[in-house]
Write a protein that binds this ligand. Structure first.
Ligand SMILES: Cc1cc2nc3c(=O)[nH]c(=O)nc-3n(C[C@H](O)[C@H](O)[C@H](O)COP(=O)(O)OP(=O)(O)OC[C@H]3O[C@@H](n4cnc5c(N)ncnc54)[C@H](O)[C@@H]3O)c2cc1C
Length: 406
């Protein structure tokens, strides 16, 4: 191997930083160029929402989370698995634990900033140079990169022996993942699939009455359906629609439905732990003298927003038979008119098309340039699958670089 080759990593998110670490550990000289004033801004944002690093789910279920990209991700996850991710954290002094839902988190004593600080310190010890406020502007010549040092305003070209681009997706642009890099890829003829919101809230055309009366209200322990997909969890009713893990997990299904129609239908099961028979039996006890909101609250433990929700979406079915009412509580129709804007989404679908890449994540059009992380066209639900996907593709791209340089 040509030891001490110089590798440029553009983008200081988890995918880029892991690639940098693996390359430095393999003996290469590595420099990270990051447009923002600090690295790992979206990594820190992820930390505020629970910091779910990966998941303890069994391998085949885990791999299936990457949808039609499962075959590719099976390989990436074999190369850098959830166990590897936990060991990586542990090697930085960050212990992890498996939560009740199978999600894997750093122990509470480790704040997100502690994790990032320990990681940057390890990179420093490995000799990785980190240049912040350095924006990649595009490709230069056959293997060069055009950059701007935002501190001095100076533009310059760099000619590394190999490059890893890990520029992120296109949501939460204030963290630096602004998707502006697509134009530079277009200039050299590399196709990207347009970005779309993933793991996002949705819009429902609630009446003004509903918006005022309900505002924001959680619906705990529900199941949500989109077509044949069903997800359990907690839903949040908001003034504009719905938020929460179940709706995020169904964003790909909703996106597909909205692409073929002006609205898409979700179905809400308010009592997923009761059988149909148990639900009907409870509803048969509804005395005609009792108010329905009280009965829902006391007998079915369904709080006030539920009655308002049922009146909003199915006003004519409230005084039906117990059987029909049970069917409604199992299948409350929620017509979704749009996904929330891309910039609000937890992640983005779309990115560089897989046809542009070799198996090792190298651009066909630019030998020596490898890609990793959310800038590639894949999506996965929340639950640790996003960060794991970024770490695994980062490790795999670094592996590709090491082989390519040897
Ligand atoms: C609110 C929120 C909560 C989340 N929670 C979780 C969670 O709990 N678990 C989970 O698995 N995932 C979570 N995620 C998703 C996860 O944070 C992302 O999938 C992950 O950070 C993507 O990593 P990346 O390295 O591909 O890109 P990014 O982290 O987006 O990093 C890309 C970097 O490239 C830099 N960059 C972009 N363009 C240029 C350029 N031209 N020149 C130089 N640098 C550039 C950016 O500034 C950025 O620092 C969450 C995301 C959000 C927004």
């Amino acid at each position: 191997m040509a030891l001490s080759s110089f590798v440029a990593v553009i983008g200081g998110g988890p995918a880029g930083l892991l690639a940098a670490q693996r390359l430095a550990e393999a003996g290469h000289r590595v420099a990270v160029y990051e447009a923002q004033a600090t690295v790992g801004r979206k990594f820190l944002v992820a930390g505020h929402g629970g910091f779910n690093l990966t998941n303890a789910e069994d391998t085949s279920a885990f791999e299936s989370r990457y949808g039609h990209k499962q075959p590719e991700f099976s390989g990436f996850l074999r190369h850098f698995s959830p166990t590897d991710l936990r060991q990586w954290a542990s090697s930085l002094g960050i212990d992890t634990f498996v939560g009740t839902s199978g999600r894997i988190f750093p122990l509470k004593v480790h704040k997100p900033a502690d994790v990032l600080r320990a990681w940057v310190s390890r990179l420093h010890d490995l000799g990785v140079a980190v240049h912040t406020r350095h924006r990649w502007l595009g490709f230069a010549g056959t293997n060069g990169l055009h950059l701007r040092d935002d501190t001095t305003g100076r533009d310059f070209d760099l000619f590394p022996d190999a490059t890893v681009l890990a520029l992120g997706g296109a949501s939460w642009s204030k963290t630096g993942s602004d998707g502006r890099w697509v134009a530079a890829f277009e200039q050299i003829g590399v196709q990207s699939v347009p970005f779309a919101p993933s793991n996002c809230g949705v819009e429902v055309a609630w009446s003004p009455f509903f918006q005022t009366k309900v505002g924001r209200a959680p619906l705990k322990n529900i199941a949500l359906h989109c077509g044949t997909q069903r997800v359990r969890g907690e839903l949040l009713l908001t003034e504009y629609g719905l938020e929460g893990t179940p709706v995020y997990a169904l964003s790909a299904c909703l996106r597909a439905a909205l692409a073929s129609s002006t609205s898409a239908l979700l179905h809400l099961d308010l009592k997923p732990d009761l059988s149909d028979g148990q639900l009907v039996a409870k509803l048969q006890k509804l005395p005609s003298s009792r108010s329905l909101p009280d009965f829902l609250r006391q007998t079915l433990r369904l709080g006030p927003p539920v009655y308002t929700l049922l009146r909003e979406v199915a006003p004519n079915e409230l005084v039906a038979t117990p059987e029909a009412f049970a069917r409604l509580l199992r299948n409350v129709p929620l017509p979704v008119r749009a996904l929330r804007p891309l910039d609000e989404a937890i992640s983005s679908a779309g990115g560089v098309a897989w046809t542009e890449l070799t198996e090792e994540l190298m651009l066909h059009r630019r030998p020596g340039t490898f890609l990793a992380g959310e800038m590639l066209d894949w999506e996965a639900p929340t639950g640790g699958y996003l960060l794991q996907g970024c770490f695994s593709t980062g490790a795999w791209a670094a592996h590709g670089v090491i082989r390519w340089l040897s």
